[in-house]
Design a protein around this ligand. Structure first.
Ligand code: NCD
Length: 334
C-alpha cells in the first residue's frame, strides 16, 4: 500500500513537471501580431496561400478551431475589423466574446490594459485588440499568456488591414513587384497607409505617389525610412488628376476625423478628394481602387460598379486572411 502511494505521488509530481514545461514552451513559442513586419515575406506568402486554400475549400477548415475562443477587445469603434474577426473565428468552428467600446468595459472604472489582458487570458485562447493609444496592444502582449493581435492602435499600425490589402493585391493584381501605388487622402493619421507602406517596401521596384493636402502629408519618420531604401521611389503631390493616369493601384482613405484637434480643420479638409467617374476616366483600364473602408465622401458611389473598384472584394479577402492568421497564431495546421 505504502509503495503504491509512493508511486502515485511520483506520477503526480512528474505530471505537474510535464504541465509546467508544456506551458513554458507554449509561452516561449507564442507569437503576436503588432506590425506587418512581425512576419517575414515568406511567412506572409504562406499565410496568403492558406487564405487561398480556405477560399477554395471552406469545409476543410470549418472545425479547425472547435473549442477555441477569440476575444475581441475594441476600445475604439469598428464595424469591419471586429465583425471580420468574429466571422473568421465562427467560420473556423470557434466562438467569440468581447466588448465593442471602452464604455462597456472596466476601462471606465480605471482598469489598465495590462490587467484586462491578464483577466481575458483566463477566458480566451487568442485576442484581437483595438485601442486609440499607440502601443496599447504591445503593452497587452507583454502581459498576455495568449496571442494578441493589434487590430489598430491610434494613428500607428493596423497590421491585419495590411494583410487584407496584400491578399487583395495578390489576388487581383497577381504580383507585388513593379507597381506604382497611389495613396490618397489622410496620410498623416491613416494607420492603414502607414502599415501598408511598411509591408510593401520589402518588394522590388515599388513606386509610391503620395496624394494629400499639405496638412495631411505622410509623417516625416516614414519618409526618412523611405529615403534610406534603394528599391523604393516616391513623390508627393496634392492633385489626384495630375497623377491618376500613372497608377496601378489607387489606395483611397478617409480623413480621420477622430484624430483631428479641431472640427474646423476637419470640415475644411474632409472633401478634398472625391473619386468620381470623371477622374476614373483618366485612369488605366486595369487600375485597382482600394479603400480600407468606411468611406465618407472620398469615393463617389457612382464608381462602385466599375470593375476597377476593388474595395468590397477587399473586405471579403480580409475575413479569409484573418482565418489564416488565427490558425497560424494558434499553431493549428489543417
Ligand atoms: C480603418 C481603420 O480603422 O483604421 N478601418 C478599418 O479597419 N477597415 C480605416 C478608417 O477607419 O478610416
Amino acid at each position: 500500500m505504502n509503495s503504491l502511494l509512493k508511486n502515485l505521488k511520483i506520477m503526480f509530481i512528474m505530471f505537474q513537471i510535464y504541465l509546467i514545461l508544456n506551458t513554458e514552451r507554449n509561452v516561449y513559442s507564442m507569437r503576436n501580431l503588432m506590425s506587418p513586419l512581425d512576419f517575414s515575406v515568406a511567412e506572409l506568402d504562406a499565410l496568403m496561400d492558406t487564405a487561398s486554400d480556405i477560399i477554395a475549400n471552406p469545409d476543410k477548415y470549418s472545425h479547425a478551431c472547435d473549442g477555441k475562443i477569440l476575444a475581441t477587445l475594441f476600445y475604439e469603434p469598428s464595424t469591419r475589423t471586429r465583425l471580420s474577426f468574429e466571422a473568421a473565428m465562427l467560420r473556423l468552428g470557434g466562438k467569440t466574446l468581447g466588448f465593442h467600446s471602452a464604455d462597456s468595459s472596466s476601462a471606465t472604472k480605471g482598469e489598465t490594459v495590462a490587467d484586462t489582458i491578464r483577466v481575458v487570458s483566463s477566458f480566451a485562447d487568442i485576442c484581437a485588440m483595438r485601442h486609440p493609444k499607440e502601443g496599447a496592444p504591445l503593452v497587452a502582449a507583454e502581459k498576455s499568456s495568449i496571442p494578441v493581435i493589434n487590430a489598430g492602435d491610434g494613428g500607428h499600425h493596423h497590421p491585419t488591414q495590411t494583410l487584407t490589402d496584400l491578399m487583395t493585391i495578390r489576388s487581383l493584381k497577381g504580383k507585388f513587384d513593379n507597381l506604382t501605388i497611389g495613396m490618397c487622402g489622410d496620410l498623416k493619421f491613416g494607420r492603414t497607409v502607414h502599415s501598408l507602406i511598411s509591408a510593401l517596401v520589402r518588394y522590388t521596384n515599388i513606386k509610391f505617389v503620395f496624394i494629400s493636402p499639405k496638412e495631411l502629408k505622410l509623417p516625416e519618420y516614414i519618409k526618412e525610412h523611405l529615403d534610406s531604401l534603394d528599391n523604393v521611389e516616391y513623390k508627393e503631390v496634392s492633385k489626384l488628376e495630375d497623377v491618376i493616369g500613372s497608377l496601378d493601384i489607387l489606395y483611397m482613405t478617409r480623413v480621420q476625423r477622430e484624430r483631428f484637434f479641431n472640427e474646423e480643420d476637419y470640415v475644411r479638409l474632409k472633401d478634398f478628394y472625391i473619386l468620381d467617374k470623371a477622374k476614373m476616366a483618366l485612369a488605366k483600364n486595369d487600375m485597382l481602387v482600394l479603400h480600407p473602408l468606411p468611406r465618407v465622401n472620398e469615393i463617389s458611389s457612382e464608381i462602385d460598379d466599375d470593375p476597377r473598384a476593388g474595395y468590397f472584394r477587399q473586405v471579403r479577402y480580409g475575413m479569409f486572411i484573418r482565418m489564416a492568421l488565427i490558425l497560424k497564431l494558434l499553431d493549428i495546421t489543417v
